[in-house]
Design a protein. Structure first.
Length: 320
């Protein structure tokens, strides 16, 4: 049996996000030397880039336990007290989707983060009284898709901020080859690169596509995932050469067909394609913008020349 798991356990195994890794390696060492808890860390960036994985790697490197929860799961201040009270000193508390913490919970987090205590009101009416809970030193790692949607007081209490970047093709290729090894599957380097090209800079997507391609390879009695089976499978899955899927196509085509390419507002667009506004803002737009298929203007979103070209359409607004 291999020691390898799909999720990396150490910085050495974690591919990409070099800037964040380099910085946090220093802070981890320094905190360990001083025998202190690591300062609070905010990780922000599009979904699927490895924020949760990075939090578990940091815990592993600090040699402390990690407790994982999400913003919406902590409904009342008492829930947070219960979680924090159970923590051993130095433990990492990972809160995913930290922008979705209820306001009342967020407010008691301020003193917890800054001075390791919580004051809350216990009981109701006549019996209501303030209670002071001292907490063990801990590290909060918060993850969010956009730093801008966190309140300023919360954002300001993170000493370390890491902006997660889309992965390069080379990094994704390395991740795919590593995952294939974990799956005990042979993959041709050109097959791995093709999956990487179509993974929107996102390891979660790369690993998902790898699993699907592996299924196609297996059923076609292929012993190695080669370029041919990758192209066959991903074309069937309707993931195009740039990694855009049917939802991306729907979004871009809607902008062109209904709004002459834009500008169009985010909420309107989301309603038109039957998606939540947040889904469009957090999951669809960032990659389309990063890869030049979409641009943001003061009057709304617009497609680009590249979009028309990619979809095989003529841009009626093209300047010659
Ligand atoms: N699997 C998913 N994300 C990864 C990463 N950043 N490095 C290594 N393996 C991964």
């Amino acid at each position: 049996a291999s020691e390898l798991s799909l999720r990396p356990q150490t910085f050495a195994q974690y591919i990409g996000q070099e800037k964040i890794k380099q910085e946090i390696t220093v802070y981890v060492k320094a905190a360990q030397d001083r025998q202190e808890a690591l300062d609070h860390v905010l990780l922000y960036g599009p979904p699927g880039l490895g924020k949760t994985t990075l939090a578990t790697v940091i815990a592993n490197e600090m040699q402390v336990a990690v407790k994982t929860t999400t913003g919406p799961a902590i409904e009342r201040p008492g829930d947070l007290v219960a979680i924090l009270n159970e923590l051993e000193p130095g433990t990492i508390l990972f809160i995913d989707e930290i922008h979705r913490l209820p306001k009342a919970v967020e407010e008691i987090l301020y003193s917890a983060m800054e001075d390791y205590f919580i004051d809350i009101i216990v009981g109701q009416g006549e019996t209501a009284h303030p209670v002071h809970f001292p907490l063990p030193p801990f590290t909060l790692i918060g993850a969010t898709t956009r730093a801008g949607i966190l309140s300023a007081p919360l954002r300001g209490r993170f000493g370390i901020i890491g902006h997660m970047q889309y992965y390069t093709e080379a990094e994704l290729t390395a991740i795919i080859c590593r995952s294939a090894e974990v799956f005990d599957t042979k993959i041709d380097p050109r097959g791995a690169l093709e999956i990487a090209r179509r993974s929107r800079g996102t390891p979660r997507i790369a690993n998902r596509l790898l699993k699907r391609v592996r299924d196609f390879a297996q059923v076609s009695d292929k012993t190695t995932i080669d370029l041919e089976i990758v192209e066959y499978a991903l074309n069937l899955l309707r993931v195009d050469e740039c990694g855009l899927d049917e939802t991306d196509h729907k979004l871009l085509l809607t902008m062109i067909e209904l709004y002459g390419g834009g500008p169009v507002g985010l909420t309107t667009l989301a309603a038109n394609i039957g998606e939540e506004t947040e889904t469009v803002a957090d999951m669809l737009e960032p990659y389309l913008m990063q890869s030049g298929f979409l641009k943001r203007t003061p009057r709304g979103r617009m497609v680009t020349d590249k979009t028309y070209q990619h979809l095989g359409l003529i841009n009626p607004n093209q300047q010659e």
